[in-house]
Ligand binder design. Structure first.
Ligand code: C2O
Ligand code: CU
Ligand code: CU
Length: 418
């Protein structure tokens, strides 16, 4: 059966409202709806065409986080869609199956627009990953889990300002795919969860309440070479991690939860009978490597806290190109989290337009579950992370801390690839 060469979507950024708690109305933003947006589904080799529309009263942009796209289609701060305007972008998907996401990136309003609900997922599929027969039935044995922390006022409105501190917004309520306290009915022996940290600033350490390990199969940009058993899945803002959970022994009436510390993220409720559907092979797909011969080297120092954050002692300016690179020339970047004033904090480094490999963390090989394609990596206080990649397209791309308040406070730079 022939595959279409193009898939088309319309995304309308709009204001709306949502009853997160029954009988209440919270003002929200969403794409084509109340909160978050549709999952854009595309296959490798297809062109993804999106008509983007802004029905907000403020400028926005449409950024495809993790997508390998020409700079002009990347939806960074330069590609504003003004209120009432629309713009169509189209790019060919030339990267492996992965869970990517999209969100706004307009200077000064990224953090707040994401907080109010503007974000959505992109599922890339391909032939190689289909042949593995992993669980992939959406809503049956394959579930997105977008994790966002929110604060609410007494009147059940999002309370960005209360949750805001200069080091990032953190709320005490978790919304999962835009819902409170959700559960999944487990009807299959294997369950795939695609975790997305869509929070502005919170880091998560996810565990199963029964102590069982999860089998991590994918990172930000695609499948790992083999499943990695993880007892704790760490995700900093912007990162994704896909896991398979072996639910064969889960008993009906004994829910298992995914927890972050004491907080329940998601409840898994087993059906009486579970079917075999999908498998977990011992080997997945080989992860593309980067030949670093003749690489161009850059060092970036992430420094500071609160509003005093910088990269290489500079804060973002839209009028300044910070770095340049050549298309297809290997890049090796050394990322340092410097400045441990009061213990320091994690800066989740994110680079647009590429998927990178982590070469080392503090001089050591990265743990097995970080040996996949990545577009975001947590820089722990005082740590040094080396990454390698090459730009497959040209244009201007952003790199920044994905703590969205740090980003808004200037922890961002731009690179011109020619
Ligand atoms: Cu997820 Cu520059 O963004
Ligand atoms: Cu991005
Ligand atoms: Cu930061």
């Amino acid at each position: 059966q022939a595959t279409k060469t193009k898939v088309s979507y319309t995304l309308t950024a709009q204001t709306s409202q949502m009853a997160f708690k029954p009988g209440t109305k919270t003002k929200t933003l969403g794409y084509n709806g109340n909160y978050l947006g549709p999952v854009l589904q595309v296959r490798r080799g297809q062109t993804l065409q999106i008509k983007t529309r802004n029905q907000l009263t403020r400028p926005t942009t449409f950024h495809w986080h993790g997508a390998i796209v020409p700079g002009k289609d990347d939806g960074g701060p330069h590609q504003v869609v003004a209120p009432g305007q629309s713009k169509t972008v189209a790019f060919k998907i030339q990267q492996p199956a992965a869970t990517l996401w999209y969100h706004p990136h307009a200077m000064g309003s990224t953090a707040k627009q994401v907080y109010q609900g503007l974000a959505g997922l992109i599922y890339v599929r391909d032939k190689q990953s289909d042949q593995l027969h992993l669980p992939d039935k959406y809503g049956v044995n394959d579930f997105p889990v977008v994790i966002q922390d929110r604060s609410f006022t007494k009147n059940n409105q999002f309370d960005y300002d209360a949750a805001y501190n200069s080091d990032g917004t953190k709320g005490n309520t978790l919304l999962i795919n835009g819902t409170f306290n959700p559960y999944i009915r487990v009807t299959t022996k294997l369950v795939r969860l695609r975790f997305v940290n869509g929070s502005n600033a919170r880091n998560y350490q996810l565990k199963l309440s029964n102590g069982q390990a999860m089998q991590q199969i994918a990172t930000d940009g695609g499948l790992l070479s083999k499943p990695v058993a993880v007892k704790t899945l760490k995700l900093s803002p912007g990162e994704r991690g896909e896991v398979i959970i072996d639910a064969a022994k889960f008993k009906a009436g004994q829910p298992v939860t995914v927890k972050n510390g004491q907080q329940v993220v998601l409840t898994l409720r087993s059906a009486q009978k579970k079917v075999s559907d999908g498998q977990l092979p011992a080997n997945l797909l080989s992860v593309p490597t980067v030949n670093t011969t003749n690489a161009q080297h850059q060092t970036l120092a992430f420094n500071g806290m609160g509003t005093m954050v910088s990269i290489n002692h500079q804060q973002y300016s839209k009028d300044r190109i910070d770095l340049t690179a050549q298309q297809d020339r290997p890049q090796v970047w050394t990322l340092k989290n410097t400045g441990t004033m009061m213990g320091g904090m994690i800066h989740p480094f994110h680079l647009h337009g590429v998927q990178f490999r982590i070469l080392s963390i503090n001089g050591q090989a990265p743990p097995a579950n970080l040996q996949g394609l990545k577009d975001t990596v947590a820089l722990d206080p005082d740590s040094t992370v080396k990454i390698a990649f090459n730009f497959k397209d040209r244009g201007i791309y952003m790199y920044h801390c994905h703590n969205l308040e740090h980003e808004e406070n200037g922890m961002m730079g731009q690179i011109k690839v020619s």
